[in-house]
Structures are given as C-alpha cells and as structure tokens.
Design a protein around this ligand. Structure first.
Ligand code: ZN
Length: 480
C-alpha cells in the first residue's frame, strides 16, 4: 500500500457584525427570551417579502477585499431547499452563482519554515437557521427562531490544506483578521465563527482525490485539530484493511474524541437551488468598493511589527488584535501613558479577562482607557504596589472610579515610612510565636508565610521586597 496524504478543505461560517438580521429589522443576536427577535419575514410567513441589509453586503465585500479576493459587482441570491424543523421557509437564502466574492488567499506557516498560500474558492452571504431546543422535562423539542435570518458569510477554501496544524493555523489567522476588521464579533462559544471540514486521503503524489468525509459545525480550534487527526486515522485504517471510505456527513463528539456518521451523502448536492425571486440582484458600485478599500486597516503584520518595537511580547500583541476594540482601547491609553509594556500587561492580566467575565466590549467598559492609564502611572510612580493595584482593579473595573481618588480615599499609597513597617513587623512576630520558633530552628521556608501575614496587615501597601528584607533582619536580630 503506497503512502497516503490528507487533502483538507474548509467551509467557514462567520456571523456578520450587523445590528439587524439579513432580510428584516429584527435584532441579530443578543441573548434574550426565545422567539422574541422574530417577525413575519424571518419566520417565513406567506407573502412576507425580504429586504436586504446593506451593511451585511458591505461587510461581506470588506472581508473579500481584505482576503485579496474579487468583489463581484453583480451577485444573486438563491433558495437552497431542504426541510428541517428550524428552517421556517423550507429553504435557506444563500448565494450560488455568482457569489459576492471570488478567489483570494490566506497564507499559513508551512512545515519547511516557509509560507504556504491557501487559496479561497468563494465567499458568499446567507442567512442562519433557528435552533431546536430539547425540553427534557416535557420530553419534546421546541423551536427558537431568534437566530433565523441572522447574516453569515461562508468562506470556502480550495482543498489546499494538508494537516490539522495547517487547518488550525488558517482558522486562527482568519478569525483574527475578521475580528480586527470588525466583520464579525467572532465569539466562538456563541457559534459566531464555526466551520465544516472536508477531508479525504490520496496516494502521495497522486492528483486523484479520494472519497471525502465532511465534519460539520466545529466551533473550537482545538476540536478542529482533534477531529482532523481522528478522521485521518480512521480513513487510513479503512484503506489499509481494504475497506472503502464512504461519502458521509460526520459529527465530531469531543467527549469521546471521535467522529460518527450523521447521514450518508449518497444524495450529495441534492439541495435543488432555485433563483430567489423575492430579491433583486446585489449590486456593489465601484465608488462603494473604493470607499471600502480605503477603510481597510493596515495589515496585521505591520501592526505586529510596530507593537513589538514598543516592547510588547508576541502573545500580548495577539491578545490585543484578537479582541474587537482592544487595540483601539490600548492606543487611547497609550496616548496618556506611553509605557507600552506595563499597559499591555495590565490589559492581558486584568482588563481583558474582566471583560470576558462580564461580557462587555472594550468600548462600553465603564473603566475607560484614561483610567487604565492612570492606574499604570500610579504603579510606575511607585505609589501603588503591584499587589495593591491588582486588589483594587475589580472595583475600578466595576465602578469606573478614578484610581487616584480611590487610592487617596483608602490610604492605599505604598508605605515608605520605616516606623510603620517596623510596627507591622513587631505585630507579626508577636502574633506568631510558633512560626518564629520554627524559623529560628532552621525552617527558613516559613519566612514567606510571615511575609504574607505582614502584607495582609499592610493591606498590600508594603513593598514586598522591602518587607521581606526587614522581616528577615528582625528575625536574625532575635537569634542573636
Ligand atoms: Zn425578523
């Protein structure tokens, strides 16, 4: 049996960052009660006519241009027919030919240290389906149509990828680009960026493609990697045992780490596309295109270089570029406090995690960039210890209070006064006779416990290094 190599293609769905749905004025997204963001259009009532969201067209064109593709000035919508309980029209409104975008590419690092361009076949617009929610208690399935009609773009690659590593890198790069362009919010856990993977094996060097499996709806980079590796093993084993790979639609069970068949695709591509008579052709003028080109931000590589020159670490830069709005927030703060490294650390360790936890965007955080800059300055000036600053942060984030005023009001300025420090040292020694005895008997590790007690007494205002040195001195004095 000759050696086999994988051939992988991706179909990526990204939810467009619009306020309203693709064909009606209902809000797109936001977690609310089921079936509250619906109307006669997105629930497919007879006679209701769709109206195209212009902002969605702009975002789809923007993605196409940023990926080096060609925006078709004239494109069409089609009805892609299939029956599914959460698809009220009985068809999905999608684009077949011509789509809004054709061609383009995105490069990933290749195994040999160079770059490899992954060609794109097409980018088209379509609407999302609703979802089925199983009600365990009453043992029945309910339909929520809030998501029905939410705008998506589907980006289809050529089968140019040849490993799980390449596929994951492609997806991360694409995600980061689309989020930075604000084409999508890209929240993976909300399904705003998800993909289908087509995968087959062929004899090494051959140009004949094997029969492929299609793994549906993966919304985590890690699962994509695991699913591809599993599928390569499964298909190899089939070929080696003389079996036949069937064309199948597969589901990846991440708990078991394996794929299983959803349905056989004997009837592949039997979607019966029809022209969508309710929508006129989509026209994008040259003037509009020029406007979009001018609005494109500089390429990520250029920004990364300039950030690295400021002294930011690679993962800090990635974190800032991956979170919509984080880069603008950082730059605002940087104008007020030009010490990039300290600001970057505060953002990565405190600000971005707090945003994630509270589900807020950088722009709508009550703690604006000026406040973060003020906090960084207090640390840099030696007024606040790192510990005190980090303890204070949750309150600053929640209330948007001015860090300087809060520090003053709480008496949190770092204590430089020697007699106050000595007072705390005496209190710690008097309060922990057992531990002091152990220390003097040679268990010097206990020092960190005693320093911890001192920091607690000082409510984080003592300088930890100085506290440790002075405490050691005091204990050594006791010994003699
Ligand atoms: Zn609607």
């Amino acid at each position: 049996m000759s050696e086999m190599e994988p051939v992988i293609g991706l179909e990526v769905h990204a939810q467009l960052n619009t306020r309203t749905k693709l064909f009606c004025a209902c809000p797109a997204g936001g977690s609310v009660e089921p079936n509250t963001h619906i109307c006669e259009i997105c629930t497919g009532q007879p006679g209701a006519l769709p109206r195209l969201n212009g902002r969605a067209v702009e975002l789809a064109a923007k993605a196409t241009l940023a990926l080096g593709g060609q925006v078709n000035g004239y494109s069409l919508f089609a009805r892609k027919n299939y029956f599914y309980p959460d698809l009220p029209n009985g068809f999905q409104t999608s684009q077949l030919d011509p789509p809004i975008g054709t061609g383009g590419s995105l490069s990933v690092a290749a195994g040999d240290g160079g770059r490899k361009a992954i060609r794109l076949n097409r980018i088209h617009m379509e609407d999302d389906a609703g979802k089925c929610v199983h009600d365990e208690k009453r043992d029945r399935t309910l339909i929520d149509l809030n998501r029905a009609g939410v705008p998506l773009i589907e980006i289809v690659t050529e089968p140019d990828l040849s490993s799980s590593r390449e596929a994951m890198e492609f997806l991360k790069t694409l995600h980061s680009l689309l989020v930075r362009l604000e084409v999508t919010k890209g929240r993976l856990e909300e399904g705003e960026f998800r993909c289908d993977v087509n995968i087959s094996l062929k004899p090494k060097g051959s140009s004949v493609l094997g029969v492929r499996g299609e793994i549906k709806n993966l919304n985590s980079f890690k699962f994509v990697g695991q699913a591809i590796d599993y599928e390569i093993r499964r298909q190899s084993a089939l070929y080696e045992s003389g079996g036949r790979v069937e064309q199948q639609t597969l589901h990846f069970d991440h708990l078991k780490g394996e794929t299983r068949a959803l349905r056989s695709k004997e009837e592949a591509h039997d979607y019966r596309y029809f022209p969508q008579p309710d929508l006129p052709p989509v026209l994008v003028s040259r003037v509009k295109l020029r406007e979009i080109v001018q609005s494109l931000p500089p390429p990520a590589d250029t920004i990364k270089e300039s950030y690295k020159e400021l002294g930011l670490k690679e993962d800090t830069v990635t974190a800032l570029l991956d979170r919509p709005g984080a880069q603008a927030y950082f730059e605002e703060a940087f104008k007020r406090f030009p010490e990039a490294k300290r600001l970057g650390t505060l953002m990565v360790e405190l600000f971005l995690p707090a945003l994630r936890q509270s589900g807020t965007d950088p722009q709508s955080a009550v703690m604006g960039p000026a406040k973060l800059a003020a906090l960084a300055r207090l640390m840099s000036d030696g007024v606040l210890t790192k510990k005190a600053a980090y303890d204070l942060f949750p309150e600053l984030f929640e209330t948007g209070a001015d860090p300087r005023q809060l520090v003053e009001a709480r008496g949190l300025s770092r204590v430089r006064d020697e007699s106050t420090l000595q007072g705390w040292i005496m209190e710690v020694i008097a309060g922990h006779p057992e531990e002091v005895k152990k220390y003097l008997a040679g268990q010097t590790k206990i020092l960190s416990f005693l320093v911890g007690q001192l920091m607690r007494l000082s409510r984080g205002t003592a300088d930890p290094q100085k506290a440790s040195a002075s405490l050691t001195q005091a204990l050594e004095d006791l010994r003699s």
